[in-house]
Design a protein around this ligand. Structure first.
Ligand SMILES: [Cu+2]
Length: 182
């Protein structure tokens, strides 16, 4: 091996060594912080209600194969009949994810098919949106019904990436109900 090449390789290796531990430490610090934050401050409600316009605004975050930290139907968004639903979707995970409203029934589909409510899905419902992407889902709630907010990327919903969406015939305002993982 030429001496010059050897030197270049050695400094490349040194650079890699000098950078990686910092990056690793930063990532560890970030994830530690995120865990402490969610443990210390149980999520404030992601739902807001404007009674004058009957509008439900819901912050829907795609996490690591979960929505707002919940999987397998352990969180439910309940909305009043005929309310205007605005879901602000944010894709906060490194794996592509999407959201689509499907019927509350088993067996679930493998991936996104037709939404159970017209227009109730994100862009790229089957392919998934990349990390950092946002989308707004807008639709009018029906009179009643039980649904699931499901990730349409193949296999994600079946692996647990879904929560519940219900139209409560007697609901006067939206509610966000959660249960512990188990
Ligand atoms: Cu997904």
């Amino acid at each position: 091996m030429h001496e010059e090449l050897r030197t270049v390789l050695a400094s490349a290796a040194a650079l890699a060594l000098s950078v990686s531990p910092e990056v690793a430490a930063a990532q560890t610090a970030d994830s530690t912080h995120a865990h402490q934050h969610s443990a210390a401050a149980p999520a404030k409600s992601p739902v807001a209600w404007d009674a004058a316009t009957k509008t439900v605004t819901f912050a829907l975050s795609a996490g690591v194969f979960n929505f707002n930290g919940y999987t397998n139907g352990r969180a439910t968004l309940v909305v009043p009949p005929k309310s205007n639903v605005v879901m602000n979707f944010s894709q906060d995970d490194g794996t592509p994810h999407s959201a689509i409203i499907i019927d509350d029934k088993d067996p679930m589909p493998t991936m996104a098919e037709q939404p159970a409510i017209p227009r109730a899905y994100t862009n790229k419902a089957s392919e998934g949106l990349p990390q950092g992407a946002t989308d707004v889902i807008r639709f009018t709630a029906p009179d009643s019904g039980s649904y699931r907010i499901f990730c349409g990327v193949p296999g994600h919903g079946l692996s647990g990436m879904w929560i519940r969406f219900k139209v409560g015939p007697a609901a006067k305002e939206p509610k966000w109900e959660t249960q512990p993982a188990g």
